[in-house]
Design a protein around this ligand. Structure first.
Ligand code: SF4
Length: 661
């Protein structure tokens, strides 16, 4: 049961109905008056979805500490928008804390038009800029800006204020000897490095009194060699509390650190022990977040008394009703975040910045349009062909729009390529998405016909047909040797039709080729889940104890299309597993012995007993030609655009084909 999660709690004077908060997220639309309705709708939906307290994305206290699409408190118009936002949240029954932030050396001059400032002029690996060292007068101005920001939060009606002091932003920079090398009252000893944040808290208390809830987000561990020590962190936590902080929210890692904190490969609750250590050192509530994505993990971290509140962020993108669904005990109806980062962090950390969405939840980022959608007046008979994610999303949207929907899937199970991908290490969570959609379709009374390929004649009897028939692997005809018996495709390997070889060459170094190499190289024994999968398919595959694995990539950049938050993790995994990368090589020919490759300087043969083609895919459109003249037909997902296998695009297209009409 989720009994502990649904105990009442409090942060200072703020009483909360339960323990599930929504952590701070930058949505990439903040400060834009034209997007205010969407911003309000985004948070209102989550307030209705049961969030006990939501924390805004970071609001800059001064322009030099801000960035693209960030609110900044020196802008009166932004202040007005924030007031409207919190009113909308209250109207929807929610509560909201304002997060105050200064990016310090993570600010980009291209975005702020100002040179970045920091305790010391130490280059940031993220921005490649060297900040200007702050003068004492400027530090005092920053202090006053934070204090005034808290005053604004209270006056504007926010239920609490949170100070962003983790993830390597300005207040965190003051604390760390790596970024604070001053020898004045704000640097040197740890006492002096703590000085600015502590002065801010005591100033806030003097300015707005004892009662207004103040949360400090501190860094539990910077994951940076030579940074603030564990003991210093605990001492800092105690000092913050002594100055009057009501709760500590514990973050981990800097944007520069090389320990993944948000990747799918990070085990659940991996950082809970860090939060727990702080909790033991203080007597105020402690909030934790990273990698708490499932009801089980959420309940477990409370049960083990590692934290008092959880403040997940991405799980709220995946399901706007996260807390309500946990409370009602409906795990099957919960859309879980799969930690792919593809439509959230990769959007806000990528260039150019794009608004946040969610791969598994096409409504996210479009709440305003959804709230104002026009429902169809006539219920149509709709056929959706193909039970991959494009088909699933289309069928769900069509049924929600009031139509009678039949979904056909040729295989004996739903999921298509997404199901195949679910055996890649750390992509097993993809199965939750399939389960979520399947449950939703069942609840919406969609007729699901598995192992069924409808004829063109049968499809012509419907009012409308959506073809989500996906893709088939592309076989490059010009390449000699593709018909040899040891040559196969990623899809045959992933589906278990073909067992692994011992000396494997993967042709194609895109996302699929790299993922496949990761899958094969890390399968030293077949874990239960995968074993089960193979049994489902009636094939038993014993993975060899070790394989020799090479990837041949035409591009000098392997895994090119993979998002910035994930690609470096994947590449370091391939390296760890000893996968050989041949970058910038052309394949000349496949022979029985191996694969001949060449670049401008050399030409040689890589021995192989198995060659796997990851050379792209082509749309499967056979049915389209047969029916398009007789019944309104739309292509969705890979059958519409096979240029890349993009689940986010496929899911969104299915949804928007219905709701944008
Ligand atoms: Fe989670 Fe991926 Fe959605 Fe981001 S895009 S919230 S990581 S499922």
């Amino acid at each position: 049961s989720s009994a502990l999660l649904f105990q009442k709690g409090s942060i200072g004077s703020l009483e909360l109905p339960h323990r599930i908060l929504m952590g701070s997220m930058h949505l990439g639309i903040e400060g834009d008056a034209h997007q205010l309705n969407q911003l309000k709708a985004f948070y209102s939906e989550r307030a209705k979805g049961g969030a006990a307290l939501m924390i805004t994305g970071g609001v800059a206290v001064l322009p030099a500490g801000g960035g693209d699409h960030m609110f900044c408190l020196t802008d009166q118009n932004h202040r007005d928008q924030l007031k409207e936002l919190v009113q909308a949240v209250h109207h929807a029954g929610g509560k909201m804390a304002l997060q105050l932030q200064h990016n310090g050396r993570y600010a980009k001059s291209t975005e702020t038009g100002l040179s970045p400032v920091a305790p010391s002029p130490i280059m940031s690996r993220i921005t490649k800029e060297t900040p200007r060292e702050l003068s004492i007068t400027e530090i005092e101005a920053i202090r006053e800006a934070f204090i005034e920001g808290a005053h604004f939060a209270k006056q504007a009606g926010f239920d609490a204020v949170e100070l962003m002091g983790s993830e390597g932003y300005l207040l965190n920079q003051f604390l760390s000897p790596l970024t604070n090398q001053r020898s004045d009252p704000y640097g040197g000893s740890f006492e002096k490095r703590m000085r600015l944040p502590l002065e801010i808290i005591s100033g806030i208390r003097q300015s707005i009194g004892k009662d207004y809830p103040v949360i400090y987000r501190l860094s539990g561990d910077d994951f940076m060699e030579g940074s603030t020590t564990r003991d210093e962190t605990l001492l800092f936590a105690q000092r913050l509390v002594a100055e009057g902080v009501d709760a500590l929210n514990v973050g981990v890692g800097w944007h520069e650190s090389r320990i993944p904190t948000v990747a799918a490969s990070v085990p659940p609750a991996a950082f809970a022990h860090i939060v727990s250590a702080i909790r033991q050192a203080v007597d105020v509530p402690v909030i934790g977040a990273n990698r708490i994505h499932t009801p089980e993990t959420a309940e477990a971290v409370l049960k083990q008394e590692q934290m008092d509140f959880i403040a997940p962020a991405r799980p709220w993108l995946a399901d706007e009703g996260f807390a309500n669904k946990l409370q009602s005990g409906d795990p099957a109806g919960l859309n879980l975040c799969i930690s792919c980062n593809q439509a959230c962090l990769d959007h806000t950390l990528g260039h150019p910045l794009k608004p946040v969405g969610c791969l598994v939840n096409p409504k996210t980022g479009h709440e305003w349009a959804w709230q104002n959608r026009k429902k169809s007046t006539a219920a149509l008979n709709i056929a959706v062909v193909g039970g991959g994610v494009a088909g699933l999303a289309t069928a769900k949207a069509a049924a929600e729009d009031g139509h009678r929907v039949t979904l056909f899937e040729a295989k004996e199970r739903l999921g298509g390529h997404f199901y195949l991908a679910s055996q890649i290490p750390s992509k097993d969570k993809f199965r939750n998405t399939i389960r979520f959609y399947q449950t939703a379709l069942e609840r919406l009374n969609v007729t699901i016909q598995l192992s069924t390929q409808p004829s063109a004649e049968a499809l012509k009897t419907y009012d409308k047909v959506f073809l989500a028939t996906g893709v088939v692997p592309f076989i490059p005809e010009q390449l000699k040797g593709t018909q040899l018996s040891h040559v196969t495709t990623y899809s045959d390997v992933l589906s278990g039709k073909v067992p692994f070889g011992k000396k494997i060459v993967i042709i194609g170094g895109g996302g699929i080729g790299s993922d496949l190499a990761h899958f094969i190289a890390s399968t030293n024994e077949v874990p239960k889940g995968i074993q089960g999968f193979f049994e489902d398919y009636g094939t038993k595959v014993e993975a060899p104890a070790s394989v020799e694995l090479s990837i041949i990539s035409r591009s000098p950049r392997v895994a090119k299309g993979v998002g910035p938050t994930t690609r470096w993790v994947l590449l370091s995994e391939l390296k760890r597993l000893g996968v050989k990368l041949y970058k910038g090589f052309e394949c000349l020919e496949i022979t029985k012995a191996g694969v001949w490759i060449a670049n401008e300087e050399e030409r040689h043969c890589i021995e192989a007993d198995q060659v796997i083609l990851c050379t792209g895919q082509v749309a499967n459109r056979e049915l389209y030609e047969l029916i398009k003249d007789d019944v309104p037909t739309e292509l969705v997902g890979g059958s519409y655009d096979a240029s890349e296998l993009n689940a986010a695009k496929a899911i969104h297209q299915g949804y928007h084909l219905i709701f944008d009409n």
